[in-house]
Design a binder for this molecule. Structure first.
Ligand code: ATP
Ligand code: MG
Length: 426
């Protein structure tokens, strides 16, 4: 026997029992986003490597360490599996002139790829649901995205997800702050770890993100970007806070909040879950403004604000908070058990007939004894077994047997099944 193959490390199968939660999450996201006028967009999973190097930034963890990059065997072009969706969406927007006439609200969902050390809540293929408001200067649209996410958590019945916000100003403000930051860390060079020393002159903002306990005192004492931002950025940030307060949102300003991606400016936000469940992987969604990205990717200057939700982390939350955990919500209404050639014919006809009126029906396939078919009916989660033997096939009736709640088995003429079954299922 050949040896069984395994999935690639850090890339997960989502099996049907768990996929129910995924569908519930995706359905809720789609319907909430649609309520705010966001429209679906789909972009390729593979893009030119240059898109991410330019769009995310050379000295980020993602580009330096985490990308799945390969050469197209036919023409030698360097290609990369997308580590995030924003750069591709902005490329598509520029390429198709999407924001030419008016700004756009768009969303997408799908797999992303980063070569990280797999652990709970961190994988090499993971999924994001992503929304972008393109061509809006904000802060109204920034606040609206945050309010939209709060509505999504509510729709999913999730609580305990806390909002943190910050402003990282504009490029000049960051440059001025960067000089101060480098000076500050140079003055404490003996405390810096290897990572921090490497980042000191490439991406010193990322040092603030470090989890190294030995460095916390000098990180705490570092000059804060939010204290250095000037009038326009400050007004924007204050506007955001006013809008959030008006909407009744609770938030904390976290001056240490910076995004890993270079193209962010002004608004940054994260939704964080504290506690054991997600541990260090507590950020379930992150976003902010990236007004610089259009120009970096060769487009006309444009405003943009967006966020990404980490779907695997949401699923961990949903599974933990789901009291009904094991209820199967994709179960059919009925499972059709049949024995004999005539019964099989009637079973398939009844199945199609019921599906015409919108019901989910599983017709037994692959034969089996009456007993084993009844076992499958039960395992399917169906509320009713529809039983058809020789006798029923001759009479043109079906025995309807309730499988979950009590109730007695009744014989129903096949033609009356759609009406009778939907009455019984009420
Ligand atoms: P982290 O600090 O956790 O590495 P990040 O800053 O790299 O996050 P973003 O690029 O902002 O994350 O992605 C948005 C969201 O996608 C994260 O908040 C997280 O929920 C999710 N995410 C990011 N990387 C992974 C991964 N490797 N596996 C699972 N989910 C991820
Ligand atoms: Mg990361």
């Amino acid at each position: 026997m050949a040896s069984a193959l395994q999935a690639v490390r850090g890339m997960n199968d989502v099996l049907p029992d768990e996929a129910q939660l995924w569908e519930r999450f995706e359905d809720s996201a789609r319907s909430v986003f649609t309520q705010y006028g966001y429209r679906n967009i789909r972009v390729p999973i593979v893009e030119p490597t240059a898109l991410f190097v330019r769009g995310i930034g050379q000295y980020t963890d993602v580009v330096e360490h985490e990308m799945y990059t390969f050469e197209d065997k036919l023409n030698g072009e360097s290609l990369t599996l997308r580590p995030e969706a924003t750069a591709g969406i902005v490329r598509a927007t520029i390429q198709h002139n999407l924001t030419y006439e008016r700004p756009q609200r768009v969303w997408t969902a799908g797999p992303m790829f980063r070569h990280e050390r797999p652990q709970k809540g961190r994988y090499r293929q993971f999924h994001q649901v992503d929304a972008e408001a393109l061509g809006f200067a904000g802060p109204d649209v920034d606040a609206e995205q945050i309010v939209m996410l709060a509505r999504l958590w509510k729709a999913l019945g999730l609580s305990g997800i806390d909002l943190q916000i910050n402003s990282i100003g504009n490029a000049e403000e960051r440059l001025a702050h960067r000089r101060e930051l480098i000076a500050h860390f140079e003055g404490n060079a003996d405390v810096l770890d290897v990572d921090a020393r490497r980042r000191l002159h490439t991406n010193p903002l990322r040092i603030l993100d470090s989890k190294n306990p030995a460095m916390q005192p000098i990180i705490d004492a570092a000059p804060k970007l939010v204290d250095r931002i000037e009038d326009a950025s400050r007004t924007h940030f204050e506007g955001l806070q006013t809008l959030l307060s008006e909407a009744g949102m609770r938030f904390a300003v976290n001056p240490r909040l910076v995004r890993g991606l270079d193209y962010y400016n002004r608004t940054v936000f994260e939704w964080v879950v504290t506690g054991d469940l997600l541990g260090a992987q507590g950020t379930v969604a992150g976003g902010g403004r990236y007004d610089g990205l259009f120009e970096v990717l060769g487009g006309k200057p444009n405003f943009a604000c967006g966020f990404a939700i980490g779907v695997e982390r949401m699923i961990l939350l949903l599974a933990a908070q789901d009291a009904k955990g094991k209820t199967q919500c994709d179960a059919p209404i009925a499972y059709v058990v049949h024995d004999g050639a005539a019964a099989g014919q009637l079973a398939r006809r009844v199945g199609e007939h019921l599906r015409d009126s919108g019901m989910a029906i599983v017709v037994n396939a692959g034969g089996g004894s009456f007993k084993s078919q009844m076992k499958r009916a039960d395992a399917s989660g169906a509320r009713f077994a529809l039983i058809i033997g020789d006798e029923e096939a001759t009479a043109g009736t079906v025995a309807v047997k309730p499988l979950r709640a009590g109730g007695v088995q009744v014989a129903v003429p096949a033609d009356e099944l759609p009406a009778r079954l939907s009455a019984l299922a009420e």
